[in-house]
Design a protein around this ligand. Structure first.
Ligand SMILES: Cc1ncc(C[n+]2csc(CCO)c2C)c(N)n1
Length: 228
């Protein structure tokens, strides 16, 4: 029997339901500016500082996912995610920031922008009041969206050329290692849904997904406008 090469997973269903908000996020002017190299470097620096603060709260969300795990396997999986962020991702980010002239001390004393606060607290609150599926749906535009953005940008002619100051960022998210992280996140969503998501719950999950996409778009906007 011939199987379809790709049947829609839960994430694809969210995207189909929230098409406009998804597009406003993954095709934001900030993203296009990275692809063609026209993004003002000051905007990227502002983004990098805020992303440092974002990643700290992202780590807290993974810590919450350990707490919300229903068995040891789920807790272990979230622990691995938390370790990857604290032991690997943060160092990578601090290294990227150093290349852009941002010292660790500067990152540490930075004040949180409103868009950073809104997005990170929304994700944490969604996880606090809901279950593991709610939390992972809130996190999915972030984890899976960046893989999509990386792939799209890598396909832009010249995006990975030496002349583009954003080539390192693009190569990182377009790279196989990060694409695999996103694939695993998709599978994780499907597994959590298979373990008890009723169709009646789907619209509420779409609402969480849509809001998270809008808050991601606001995060790009904050970088673009240098908003505090
Ligand atoms: C605003 C914002 N959204 C998404 C990501 C992507 N991201 C978030 S956490 C993480 C590590 C995954 O283990 C990655 C790649 C980001 N950096 N900043």
């Amino acid at each position: 029997m011939l199987l379809p090469s790709h049947s829609p997973d839960l994430f694809d269903r969210f995207v189909a339901e929230a098409r406009a908000d998804w597009a406003a996020y993954v095709d934001h002017a900030f993203v296009r500016g990275m692809g063609d190299g026209t993004l003002p470097q000051e905007s990227f620096r502002h983004y990098l500082v805020q992303d440092y603060l974002f990643l700290i709260h992202f780590a807290r969300a993974y810590a919450l996912a350990i707490y919300k795990g229903r068995d040891l396997r789920e807790m272990q999986a979230s622990l691995n995610g938390l370790k990857a962020i604290l032991d690997v991702e943060m160092d990578l980010h601090v290294g990227l920031c150093a290349g852009w002239g941002l010292s660790a001390a500067e990152l540490e004393r930075a004040a949180e922008a409103k868009a950073t606060m809104a997005y990170t607290r929304y994700v944490l609150e969604t996880g606090l009041r809901g279950d593991l599926l709610d939390l992972h749906v809130a996190l999915s535009p972030c984890v899976i969206g960046y893989a999509e953005i990386g792939r799209r940008l890598a396909a832009v002619p010249g995006a990975l050329d030496d002349a583009n100051p954003y080539r390192v960022w693009i190569a990182e998210y377009a790279g196989e290692a990060y694409q695999e992280v996103a694939r695993a996140a998709r599978e994780n969503l499907d597994r959590l849904a298979a373990e008890g998501m009723t169709e009646a719950r789907f619209p509420r999950l779409v609402t969480i997904f849509r809001l998270a996409c809008r808050l991601e778009a606001d995060f790009w906007e904050m970088g673009m406008t240098l908003a505090g």
